[in-house]
Design a binder for this molecule. Sequence first.
Ligand code: GTP
Ligand code: MG
Length: 136
Amino acid sequence: TEETLVLVKPDGVARGLTGAILARIEAKGYALVDIALVEPERDTLERHYAEHAGKPFYEPLLEFMMSGPSVAIRLAGNRVIEGFRSLAGTTDPTTAAPGTIRGDFGRDWGLAVQQNLVHGSDSPESAARELEIWFG
Ligand code: GTP
Ligand code: MG
């Protein structure tokens, strides 16, 4: 089996969508291995988003991720990495397909960062790295 790191980002928690998002994950059949409400420090987010350092949306992204609590989830199942990213939809919530988390619940709020409700690891290497950051 495989594991991935999912975050319900601050916009998802603040809008009360954590339950709806978890329901989709559970309905798909993936197993919750661990789950925690988290309020990450800046250094945790710098590690998590190291690949985006220097990009125009990097600082707004870190500010956004420190704007309120997130829910961190260790999720397991065969091909769960690609499976969750399929559930989440593409990065831009305006055009993410209906039926996906981002496509059904997200939109452009006119902010410097795309508030797109969830994060999911994008490869086995990312998943191992990110699970270590968020769950140790
Ligand atoms: P994650 O699952 O959150 O990693 O999303 P992703 O893999 O679809 O996107 P990526 O890793 O490329 O970017 C990380 C996060 O930065 C995104 O989820 C958005 O919140 C934000 N972001 C990415 N690209 C852009 C962009 O071009 N403009 C803005 N404003 N924000 C962006
Ligand atoms: Mg990413």
